[in-house]
Design a protein around this ligand. Structure first.
Ligand code: DP6
Length: 384
């Protein structure tokens, strides 16, 4: 190899290596060059829906298998973070939480735990009095998990503060670290920073993928998967029967866990090829199988749970019937609860939405459902 080529090659190999080898230490904020006494920032971040599921984690918030999700658009959280330098700096955290206009001391422990987990990476959070004001676009008691959008929104705000303190940070670092912080709040939240498809968890076929943060899926996807639609059918608006934390824990010592993690890894490879090729019928099979596998893991854990409700199954049957009779490409997925996400290509939007209103709404609590679609991730709203 000639010298010039060799040095270019070496440099590229180094960059690739560097990119892949990002470690937690790379996310420790360097001491700030700017003085920021007070200010505020506002971000809007969406929820996401996993196609290949994350279920099972190890400390500290690292996934047992890679997952991939569509970032949503309409189901989102808007968070404003106001900050003012403490009059006397100490080691404690000082924050007040306002949720939908009301002070919420009950959210305090969750945010405190989050701050404790991230303080090594954003040590400046000890220096400020914060007011965190949040609102969700979806009703609070809708059974839609708000942790993904909520934790990613706070993370974006904190990164904005880090950027004010240190304006030299790159855009790549800004978003990767936002995802890294969000992960420490709630695993799936790291997939809510960017759009439109995000992979979280190391996988040999996904360049730059990491257990530490989500990365956008950058392969060219087939036309049919662009602007994908998701209608959330709200079967059960109550509190989740099993919290994610408890659910993930049940994977420890689960007799099928190892097999499941291997399957999910393989399913990422399958999903990559499906999205690139536009293999819609394989997509349907894989997405539904992933949802049912997640639930099967919960049905076979100790203790065991059935997270679906009778109406969940009635909806699934209706979806299958409709797909067959109408030669449609609709399919369903589920989170760890009873609500159904109905996924469909944009070209079926009109017909499917009529079907939902006429045949599925009856199975939803108060006929409540939410139309959503794939979106592009976090948006800054400061000053708007
Ligand atoms: C079923 O991200 O809510 O939605 O990391 O404990 O906050 P924690 O769990 P969480 O788990 C989400 C699991 C899931 C599948 C998924 O989104 O991949």
């Amino acid at each position: 190899m000639c010298e010039v080529h060799r040095s270019v090659f070496t440099e590229m190999a180094y960059i690739c290596q560097k990119f892949q080898d990002l470690t937690t230490n790379d996310f420790i904020a360097v001491s700030s060059s700017n003085i920021v006494d007070k200010g505020s920032t506002t971000w809007r971040t969406p929820s996401n829906i996993a196609l290949v599921k994350y279920w099972g984690k190890r400390d500290p918030q690292l996934p047992e298998n890679p997952s991939i999700s569509f970032t949503l658009n309409n189901c989102h959280t808007i968070t404003s973070l106001s900050f003012e330098k403490k009059s006397k700096i100490d080691k404690s955290f000082s924050f007040k939480i306002i949720f939908e206009g009301e002070e919420k001391p009950s959210f305090q422990p969750k945010i405190l735990l989050f701050f404790e987990r991230i303080v090594t990476y954003v040590p400046f959070i000890r220096d400020y009095d914060f007011v965190i004001s949040s609102e969700n676009s979806f009703p609070h008691s809708s059974g839609i998990a708000s942790s993904a959008s909520g934790m990613s929104a706070i993370s974006m705000c904190l990164m904005q503060l880090e950027k004010m303190l240190n304006p030299t940070i790159s855009e790549t670092y800004f978003y990767q670290k936002a995802s890294f912080l969000a992960r420490l709040g709630s695993g799936s939240a790291c997939r809510s920073v960017k759009g439109e498809l995000v992979v979280w968890g190391e996988h040999k076929e996904i360049k730059g993928s990491s257990d530490l943060f989500g990365v956008p899926f950058t392969s060219e996807i087939a036309e049919i998967f662009k602007n994908y639609q998701d209608t959330v059918l709200l079967v059960d608006k109550g509190e989740k029967q099993v919290s994610s934390t408890v659910g993930h824990d049940l994977m420890y010592g689960h007799p099928f866990a190892k097999c499941r993690f291997e399957q999910a890894y393989k399913n990422i490879s399958k999903m990559k090829s499906i999205l690139e090729k536009g293999a819609i019928s394989d997509f349907i099979t894989l997405v539904e199988k992933e949802a049912l596998t997640l639930h099967a893991m919960m049905m076979t854990s100790q203790p065991y749970f059935i997270l679906m409700k009778p109406k969940t199954l009635e909806i699934i049957q209706k979806i299958w019937d409709y797909r067959e009779v109408k030669d449609s490409n609709i399919c369903f997925t589920l989170d760890a609860g009873a609500n159904v996400h109905l996924l469909y290509p944009k070209n079926e939007k009109q017909a499917v939405q009529i079907f939902i209103e006429e045949e599925l709404a009856v199975f939803c609590q108060n006929r409540h459902y939410i139309h959503d679609e794939v979106g592009s991730g976090a948006i800054e709203l400061t000053g708007l």
